[in-house]
Write a protein that binds this ligand. Structure first.
Ligand code: MRU
Length: 350
């Protein structure tokens, strides 16, 4: 099957960023090419590229794009560098991968101070490509650890899209399903449509069906019924930011699924790379939750479905407390039980 490349860098340091415009899926598969940092910012903000690891990679390449027009004198070049990084950091607040990638680009730039500006640009492109490559490898490793947790014939529920489209390749939660399939385990995946932007229906259902994995789409509100009917034996989702105590932010609706899973005695797992952990924060209470435009709810996909002037609340993410999470599947192994100590131990073990 043809591999999908969520993001691609075309050319050298003076090149451009190509990415799949995810807002058009599943109806149209189109790649767009971005040549300015404003276009990269817009693509992240509008969810043309989305998913925590993918927006980190996009931001790293966005720095390369933004520096193409930087002044030729070192001090001014670094002023522009800071402006580009701060600008990209303002695109979306919740996924820590974005800030992690920008920090890595900043460290790479600082290391090059004093070098010719062309060499700095080349080093920054190399760093962005390295971030991209590392994510690919992490996703495959997550798949291998996660697949061990599932057995042939099981039903698994997932929410939002934590697939190849949300990462460099393969995904986090979906990587677990793809790897299980490669190992000969037949799974039935229940896909929450994921209101209001339908990442489950538009993206996850698309990724699973094109790989021939048994996928059943449900409305978010059907999860409890599906659990009560015994259709799923596990839940696996991705994450956007995981605090030092294991509290995990993910797409709005994830928390309610975790509570439901607990009520039905079904294990709830998070699959995420170590780049999604924010050990600088103690708990999920410190995770900034992105608030999005009310039109996403009142005029979903262009059709008005609520009366003019109605008040709307539209948080894009929620936080699942660690006690609801059976395990966190990372590229270095599974943290189980999810405790502050278990997380610290995993990070200390490198
Ligand atoms: O608003 P989105 O589509 O960027 O939200 C994405 C999610 O919540 C994903 O589950 C998360 O980023 C993990 S992606 C591997």
């Amino acid at each position: 099957m043809e591999k999908i490349e969520t993001l691609r860098w075309l050319g050298d340091a003076d090149g451009r960023l190509a990415l799949i415009d995810q807002t058009l899926l599943p109806v149209a598969f189109e790649e767009i090419e971005l040549t300015t940092v404003e276009q990269v910012w817009e693509a992240i903000k509008k969810l043309r590229v989305r998913g925590a690891p993918a927006i980190g990679i996009a931001a790293a390449y966005g720095v390369c794009v933004g520096l193409q027009t930087a002044p030729a004198e070192e001090e001014a070049f670094f002023v522009r560098f800071r402006e580009v990084v701060d600008y990209l950091a303002g695109s979306r607040p919740t996924a820590v991968n974005l800030f992690w990638a920008l920090d890595r680009m900043t460290a790479a730039a600082e290391k090059q101070r004093g070098a010719p500006l062309d060499a700095i640009r080349a080093a920054l492109l190399q760093e962005a490509q390295q971030i991209h490559e590392e994510d690919r490898a992490m996703c495959h490793a997550i798949g291998r650890y996660g697949a061990d947790l599932l057995t042939d014939g099981q039903g698994v529920l997932t929410h939002c899209n934590a697939g190849g489209l949300a990462t460099a390749e393969y995904g986090t939660a979906l990587s677990v399903f793809f790897t299980a399939q490669d190992l000969g385990k037949q799974l039935s995946i229940y896909v929450d449509e994921t209101r209001p932007l339908l990442q489950g229906a538009r993206l996850t259902a698309w990724e699973l069906t094109r790989r021939g994995i048994d996928a059943t789409l449900i409305c978010d509100s059907m999860a409890a019924q599906v659990m009560r009917e015994g259709k799923v034996q596990a839940v696996i989702t991705g994450a956007d930011r995981i605090a030092a105590n294991g509290d995990s932010a993910n797409k709005i609706g994830t928390y309610s699924i975790a509570v439901l899973a607990q009520a039905h005695g079904i294990p709830f797992y998070i699959a995420a790379p170590t780049t999604t952990f924010d050990l600088a924060i103690e708990s999920g209470a410190e995770i900034p939750i992105e608030q999005r435009a009310s039109e996403e709810i009142t005029h979903g996909f262009g059709r008005q479905t609520a009366p003019d002037g109605v008040k709307v609340y539209n948080p894009a993410f929620d936080v699942t407390p660690a006690e609801y999470i059976r395990g966190i599947i990372t590229e270095r192994g599974v943290i189980q039980p999810v405790t502050r100590e278990g997380i610290a131990q995993l990070f200390a073990s490198t």
